[in-house]
Design a protein around this ligand. Structure first.
Ligand code: ATP
Ligand code: MG
Length: 562
C-alpha cells in the first residue's frame, strides 16, 4: 500500500486517526488490530480489512496486532490459524511479535466477568437460549426482565464459579450483562456474555467449559492489548453502545474506540466464510485455494500479486456506506500490475498446424523476440522458426466473416516477430475438419516487417512445430449471477457457473515456457496473463493458470446491458 497519502484525500478513518494523533489522544499512539476468527481462510474482504488496519498503523507511525479471535471452540482450527498468518504475510504486512490469541485472555476475561458480577452489572440467567431470545422482544416490542435478573451478587458468583467448574450441562445457564431490557437497541437488552460449551478448544484444550461471547471478548481484548482504534465493519454499528458499556464498566483510563466502515461486497461471488467452507466441504471447488475462490490463497494460486490486492484496496477506498464493487475493478488492478512486470511469451491453446511450403526443409533459424514491448531492459529471447509451426485454430476462418482480419485462404498475416505468411491451401480430414494449412512466407519480412511497407491487418501469435505441450487452466467467474446469495430462499450453489473452469491439456508453448519455474508469471500474447501453478506445475511439465484476460471481461458484458 502507498504509505504516502499526500496526493490522495484522506478517508474518514485516516481523518479520525490523524485528528486523534494531532490532539495528543493516547499520547499520540496509534494501535490497530486485525482480528480474524480462525474458522476459515481469509478472503478478499479480509484483505481490505488487513490493508486498512495495517495500513493505518504504517501511515501514522503506529502498530497493528494480529489477533486470532478464537472464542468459539466449535468452529476453529490450527490449520486456519496457519493459513491466516501465511496470507497476511503474503499480502506484505508484519505484526512483528504481536500475534495474540483471544484465548490467551480467557483467565483475564473470566476475572472481568466476576468483576462485572460484583459491580451488580451481570447475572446468571437460567432461561434457555430460546426463552432468552423470545423474552428479548424485537425492534417494536420491548423486552421483558428475566426472572433471574435480580439474583444476588453472592448467588451469581456462586453459580458462575460452578459454571466454570463444569457442574452444569450446555445451555443450563448463561451469564448476561445487566443493562436495560427496554432499550430501543435490542443489543443492549441484557446480552449474554458467557455461555457453557463443553467443547475442546484448539488451544486451551479442555481447560474451559464456559466461553465468552464476541461482544464481551472483543472489546476487552482490545483494551488488554492497548488498542486505540478498533476498526470493524458496519454490521457492528448497533453493537458499539454495548462495546462502550462493557469498556466503561471495566476499564479505567485510556480505552479503545470502535469505528465502522462498509464491508467489501463483490459481484459474482459470495464472501461469507460459512459459504466458502460449504463449497470446500462439498467439493464444489477443489479447496480453499481453488483459483476461482476469492480467498487470498485462491487469488494467490490464480496468480494475483500482493501488490495488486493492495492496489485494489486503495482503489475501492474506505467509506461508511455499503456498495457493490464490480469484479472489473479487481481485474484492473492485477492487469495493470502484470502489464508492468510480466514478460511476454507465446502459447497456442488450440493448435492448428501450419506448413510453410517454401521454407527449406530441415532448416531452423533463431528469431530474436523482445520480452516486453515497452521495457527493453527485460531483454530478448530466441524462438526457433522452421517449416512447421502452430497457430491458434480460431485465428483461421475458411470463409472469413465480415471484419475477420486474421488468416483465411489467400490472405496474408504477420506472425509475431517472425514473418508474413500467406495461406495457399487448406487440408481437411475425412470429416471435413481443417487439420493443416499450407502457407508460403515472405523471406523479406524477417522480424515481422515488410521492407517495402506492405501492410497486413492481422498479427498472430504462434509456436514452433517442435513446441512442447502444456496444461492450461482457464477460469471464469464462479457464479453466473451478480448476487448469488441475494435470495434467502434459494441455495446460493444453484447459481454456480458450470463453465467456470476449462482445462486444456494440449496447449503448445514456446520452448522456454516448458522450463518455467512454478509461480512464474507471463503474458501469453493475445491470451492473457498466466501463472505457473505452484502445486501442479513442474519445470518440464508446466501447468498454467490464467490469472486474467488482457481485456476487461466483466464490465464489458455489463455495459452490454446483460
Ligand atoms: P465472514 O462474514 O466472511 O465469515 P467475519 O466478519 O465473520 O467474516 P472475521 O474473521 O470475524 O470474519 O473477520 C475479521 C475481520 O475482517 C473483521 O474485522 C471483519 O470486520 C473483517 N471483514 C470480514 N469480512 C469483510 C469484508 N467483506 N470486507 C471488509 N472487512 C471484512
Ligand atoms: Mg466474525
Amino acid at each position: 500500500m502507498t504509505t504516502s497519502n499526500e496526493t490522495q484525500a484522506r478517508n474518514f478513518l485516516q481523518e479520525i486517526v490523524a485528528e486523534d494523533k494531532q490532539a495528543g489522544k493516547y499520547g499520540g499512539r496509534v494501535h490497530t488490530r486485525f482480528p480474524p476468527e480462525p474458522n476459515g481462510y481469509l478472503h478478499i474482504g479480509h484483505a481490505k480489512s488487513i490493508c486498512i488496519n495495517f495500513g493505518l498503523a504504517q501511515q501514522y507511525g503506529g502498530k497493528c496486532n494480529l489477533r486470532l479471535d478464537d472464542t468459539n471452540p466449535l468452529t476453529e482450527d490450527t490449520d486456519y490459524v496457519e493459513s491466516i498468518q501465511r496470507d497476511v504475510r503474503w499480502l506484505g504486512f508484519d505484526w512483528d511479535d504481536r500475534k495474540f490469541f483471544a484465548s490467551d485472555y480467557f483467565e483475564k476475561l473470566y476475572a472481568f466477568a466476576e468483576q462485572l458480577i460484583r459491580q451488580g452489572q451481570a447475572y446468571v440467567c437460567s432461561l434457555t437460549a430460546d426463552e432468552i431470545s423470545e423474552w428479548r422482544g424485537d425492534f417494536t416490542t420491548p423486552g421483558r426482565d428475566s426472572p433471574y435478573r435480580n439474583r444476588t451478587v453472592e448467588e451469581n458468583l456462586d453459580l458462575f464459579r460452578r459454571m466454570r467448574a463444569g457442574e452444569f450441562p450446555d445451555g443450563k445457564h448463561t451469564l448476561r450483562a445487566k443493562i436495560d431490557m427496554a432499550s430501543p437497541n435490542p443489543v443492549l437488552r441484557d446480552p449474554p456474555i458467557y455461555r457453557i460449551r463443553h467443547a475442546h478448544h484448539h488451544r486451551t484444550g479442555d481447560t474451559w467449559c464456559i466461553y465468552p461471547l464476541y461482544d464481551f471478548a472483543h472489546c476487552l481484548s482490545d483494551s488488554i492489548e492497548g488498542i486505540t482504534h478498533s476498526i470493524c465493519t458496519l454490521e457492528f454499528e448497533n453493537r458499539r453502545p454495548l462495546y462502550d458499556w462493557i469498556v466503561d464498566a471495566l476499564i479505567k483510563g485510556e480505552r479503545p474506540h470502535q469505528y465502522e466502515f462498509a464491508r467489501l461486497k463483490l459481484t459474482y461471488t459470495v464472501m461469507s466464510k460459512r459459504k466458502l467452507l460449504q463449497m470446500v466441504s462439498d467439493k464444489s471447488v477443489s479447496g480453499w485455494d481453488d483459483p476461482r475462490m476469492l480467498t487470498i490463497s485462491g487469488l494467490r494460486r490464480r496468480g494475483f500479486t500482493p501488490e495488486s490486492l493492495r492496489d485494489f484496496a486503495t482503489r475501492i477506498g474506505v467509506s461508511k456506506s455499503d456498495s457493490w464493487i464490480d469484479m472489473g475493478v479487481l481485474e484492473l488492478s492485477i492487469r495493470e500490475d502484470l502489464n508492468e512486470r510480466a514478460p511476454r511469451a507465446m502459447a497456442v491453446l488450440r493448435p492448428l498446424k501450419v506448413v510453410v511450403t517454401n521454407y527449406p526443409e530441415g532448416q531452423t533459424e533463431m528469431l530474436e523476440v523482445a520480452n516486453h514491448p515497452q521495457k527493453p531492459e527485460l531483454g530478448t529471447r530466441q524462438v526457433p522458426f522452421s517449416r512447421e509451426l502452430f497457430i491458434e485454430a480460431d485465428d483461421f476462418q475458411e470463409v472469413p466473416q465480415k471484419g475477420f482480419f486474421r488468416l483465411a485462404p489467400g490472405k496474408e498475416v504477420r506472425l509475431r516477430s517472425a514473418y508474413f505468411i500467406k495461406c495457399e491451401e487448406v487440408i481437411k480430414d475425412a470429416a471435413g475438419n481443417v487439420t493443416e494449412l499450407r502457407c508460403t512466407y515472405d523471406p523479406a519480412t524477417r522480424g515481422g516487417d515488410s521492407p517495402e511497407g506492405r501492410k497486413v491487418k492481422g498479427t498472430l501469435h504462434w509456436v514452433p512445430g517442435t513446441a512442447p505441450t502444456a496444461e492450461v487452466r482457464l477460469y471464469d467467474r464462479l457464479f453466473s449471477v451478480e448476487h448469488p446469495d441475494k435470495d434467502k430462499d434459494r441455495d446460493f450453489k444453484e447459481f454456480l457457473n458450470p463453465n467456470s473452469l476449462e482445462v486444456i491439456t494440449t496447449a503448445r508453448v514456446e520452448p522456454m515456457l516448458a522450463q518455467a519455474a512454478p509461480e512464474s508469471r507471463f503474458q501469453f500474447e493475445r491470451l492473457g496473463y498466466f501463472y505457473a501453478d505452484p502445486k501442479d506445475s513442474t519445470a518440464g511439465r508446466p501447468v498454467f493458470n490464467r490469472t486474467v484476460t488482457l481485456k476487461d471481461s466483466w464490465t464489458k458484458e455489463q455495459a452490454k446491458g446483460k
